[in-house]
Structure formats: structure tokens, C-alpha cells
Design a protein. Sequence first.
Length: 170
Amino acid sequence: MSRTISTARRLRRAARILLTDPAGCVLLFRFTPQGSAPFWVTPGGEAEEGEDFTTAAMRELLEETGIKAHPGDEVARRGGDYTIFTGEAIQADERFFHVRVAHGKIDTSGHTALEQEVMREYRWFTRGELADWRETIYPLDLCAMLDALPAGNCNTQPAGSSANTPHPGA
């Protein structure tokens, strides 16, 4: 009797935010999962059941940064088969949105318990730093994604969030 091994991957729908400041720096969070090399990633996360990508982007942006803003139109899509840091093999459907802020103030008090455990650091990166950073940055083509952003295709968020970590230019 032959055994059939399922290779089906769960579809993981995620909304990610390309959060930039007026100088073009982009916010990334550093993940430090136990047993894996640290890596950096844009704010965002998995859409909840029944949640559309835009709503997920708004929720994730608020939870992870304290910024309440409509993310505007989707600016990019990525997909593929991955194994995420928890060890789960998934089929990714990631949608990216661009929000520009007038400040570098971030409030991480909305992080989940898991995020508090593995996302203990964040920083604003310049384009030059992205190209030469010693740890992996996701998405791997982040610089190209940022370069492809149309000047008017983002939502600009005025100052007003509480501070946590200073912007490198501050």
C-alpha cells in the first residue's frame, strides 16, 4: 500500500506596508526568532479571516507602529512558497501598500505577545544602508520596490503618533 504525503501549503494572505519618511527612509522591524538568523522586514502581517488586504494593512500599521492611516492603493504584490520563521510551510499572497509619514515616531505598544518576543528592534533605513546591510532584509527586492513607487501613489500621514525610537536623522 502506498502512502500519499500531502504537500499542500496553507495560503497565507498578508498586507505589508512600505512606511517611508520625507527623506525616503523606510521603517523595518528586526526579527530574532530562536534557532534562526535575524532578519529585517517591513511592517505588516497576516490578514484575519474575512479581512480584505486594505483593512489588514490599516490594522497592522496601527498595531505595529501606532500610526492610524488609510494605506491607499496597493503598490505591489509578491507570492510564492515559503517556510516562515515559525517553521510552517505556506503559500504566500502578500500585498504591499505605501504610507509616507511626516515623522519617525513609532509606538510598538500594540504588538502581540509573539511580536514582543521576536520583534524587539526597529529602525529607519536609508537606501544606502538597505543595499549594504549585513542581515537579510525582506522583501529581497525592497530597493527595487521603493524605486518603483510612483510619487503620488501613497497616503501621507501627518505627525501625531507617540515616540519610541528616534529617527536616525533626529
